[in-house]
Design a protein around this ligand. Structure first.
Ligand code: FES
Length: 256
């Protein structure tokens, strides 16, 4: 059909965490430019299933850019070539007829491969659980306007809260640092009045968990910000460092 594309895919196939993976080449023929990247993989998988072969395993859920489950490294970039776009929202019109597309899972020691293109991102859940709770009075439901939050602060907190936890920041970083993710999660609570009670202990707990999970350190290359599909800003990392060092300072003061 006119406008449709024939592509060559080099896909990382790996049975499980224990086995070694390798690239396998597939043809993806007659692909519509209007298809999403994941729909294109669905078509390839239908072909594999028809031939009795094992379909390519990849993560996805909402396919609307909300859940953060899709996670492909496409031609060397997390979520592919388009800025601020998740893999599920990436369309095949971003590629051209005859192109070879290399598809890999996130590469980071803290994100072991489960199978093929899917990695285990439970380290992110454990970091969240280490600190992302708030102590609130569960008595009556407070009036929505009872705690005024300045608009600029609310906007900043909202921006941090848009992090979908996909892990592209880790995949983009040469040190596999999780600082952008963790700093966004810390910021979303540190900025609003409801998050103040545990403000500093939260920063310490989440950073400690991040280190325990084996993520690398941040050397300010900015690759994470450049590849983040929802545009989380590096300024979150500066805020997180402030929170963390203030927490340390308070602890020292208490000890004296
Ligand atoms: S599948 Fe939910 S963000 Fe891509």
């Amino acid at each position: 059909m006119s406008g449709h594309m024939n592509l060559t895919l080099k896909v990382w196939r790996q049975k499980n965490k224990e086995t070694r993976g390798k690239f396998v080449t597939y043809k993806a023929d007659d692909i519509s430019p209007d298809m999403s990247f994941l729909e294109m993989l669905d078509v390839v998988n239908e072909g594999l299933t028809r031939k009795g072969e094992d379909p390519i395993y990849f993560d996805h859920d909402c396919r609307e850019g909300i859940c953060g489950m899709c996670s492909l490294h496409i031609n060397g970039r997390p979520h592919g070539p388009k800025e601020e776009t998740t893999t599920c929202q990436l369309h095949m019109r971003s590629f051209h007829d005859g192109q070879t597309i290399v598809i890999e899972p996130w590469r980071a020691a803290a994100f072991p491969v489960i199978k093929d293109l899917a990695v285990d991102r439970s380290a992110f859940d454990r970091i969240q659980q280490a600190g992302a709770y708030v102590n609130i009075n569960t008595g009556g439901v407070p009036d929505a306007n009872a705690i005024p939050i300045p608009k600029d602060v609310a906007d900043e907190a909202f921006e941090s809260a848009t992090c979908i936890g996909c892990g592209a920041c880790v995949a983009a970083c040469k040190n596999a640092s999780a600082m952008l993710f963790v700093s966004a999660k810390i910021s979303q609570y540190a900025l609003v009045p409801q998050g103040q009670t545990e403000r500093y202990s939260r920063a310490q707990a989440m950073v400690a968990q991040m280190d325990e999970e084996g993520f690398g350190s941040c050397t300010n290359t900015g690759a994470c910000e450049a590849e983040c599909p929802v545009g989380i800003k590096l300024t979150n990392i500066a805020r997180m460092n402030r929170e963390y060092f203030t927490a340390k300072f308070f602890k020292q003061e208490e000890a004296h």
